[in-house]
Write a protein that binds this ligand. Structure first.
Ligand code: SAM
Length: 296
């Protein structure tokens, strides 16, 4: 590896930024990585090989992109900020296997783009230092569209990383945890100090690794209903499961039937929503549908 020529050193980054007179846009979540070790650690989490592809969201000036180009067979990097395009053309010119796509990742047809740009690769992973202002919408888009992904390895705010990987009964466990864990095995891979970015973000960061599942870990009859049940159960943390369900999901006159159902599926109505496992949420959603208490 040509470590001496890495983009991600403080000196080289400053040179590039000065050469192009680039000024950071806070509104685009622009905090660039200037630590090669961190980049190597991030790339290692994705298990890339020359037979695999990597998709990066927000390449900035190409610090991570370059490392992905060395580790993967093909790289597609999606960048929203037009001002970065000439910079990327310059910094990434040695890498023929990297293609930069201009656009907003939330607007692009990712399925079509993957089919077009990643043809012939064995497996695809998303590897990125995400713009923090859109972390959740980006992750939910990647997961809900059921893209053919192996791993999603992303730097995000530490607090969001902890919520994504949280287990039932902990203070961080919520509908984001259930949603992420429905689609992927989740793991906080490393905590990252603010000193490895310029400018330094005001929040702590962490790299999270999502190993995308082939199929959900539980049988769910109706996915929309499942997530409605989850959201209702978490609506007010201090309330019991029954209270939350009666407030947001069922009608008042269904209360006796709901209590009977909870007894039949062995879920205590006085528990807090945040203690339920994904399997229990699935049982609750499926049984509510089967008894005609929701749906229609
Ligand atoms: N990958 C670079 C690095 O690690 O140094 C830059 C990471 S920076 C945290 C986030 C990048 O995402 C910026 O380059 C920003 O312009 C870009 N970005 C912000 N919103 C975006 C969006 N909706 N779609 C695509 N890129 C976006």
């Amino acid at each position: 590896q040509m470590t001496g020529k890495d983009i991600a050193t403080p000196t080289r980054t400053k040179e590039v930024l000065e050469k192009y007179g680039f000024s950071f846009k806070k509104s685009l979540g622009q905090n660039f990585l200037i630590d090669t070790n961190i980049l190597h650690n991030i790339v290692a989490e994705a298990d890339l090989t020359k037979e695999k592809g990597a998709v990066e969201i927000g390449p900035g000036i190409g610090a991570l992109t370059e490392q992905l180009g060395r580790a993967a067979g093909k790289v597609m990097a999606i960048e929203i900020d037009q001002r970065l395009l000439p910079i990327l053309a310059d910094t990434l010119s040695p890498y023929e296997n990297i293609e930069v796509v201009h656009g907003d990742v939330l607007e692009l047809d990712l399925k079509a783009l993957l089919a077009e740009k990643m043809a012939g690769v064995e497996k695809i992973s998303v590897v990125a230092n995400l713009p923090y202002y859109v972390t959740t919408p980006i992750l939910m888009k990647l997961l809900e569209e059921r893209l053919p992904l192996e791993n999603i390895v992303v730097m995000i705010q530490k607090e969001v990383a902890e919520r994504i990987a949280a287990k039932p009964g902990t203070k961080d466990y919520g509908s984001l945890s259930v949603a992420a864990q429905f689609y992927a095995e989740t793991e906080v891979a490393m905590i990252v100090p603010a000193s490895v970015f310029i400018p330094r973000p005001n929040v702590d960061s962490a790299v999270i690794r999502l190993k995308v599942r082939d199929r959900p870990p539980v049988e769910v009859d109706d996915q929309d209903m499942f997530f409605r049940v989850v959201r209702s159960s978490f609506a007010q943390r201090r309330k019991t499961l029954l209270n939350n369900l009666m407030n947001g999901l069922f009608r008042k006159e269904q209360k006796d039937e709901v209590i009977q159902m909870l007894a039949d599926i062995q879920i205590d109505p006085t528990r807090r929503g945040e203690t339920l496992s994904i399997e229990e949420f699935a049982r609750l959603a499926n049984e509510s549908l089967r008894r005609g208490l929701i749906g229609q």
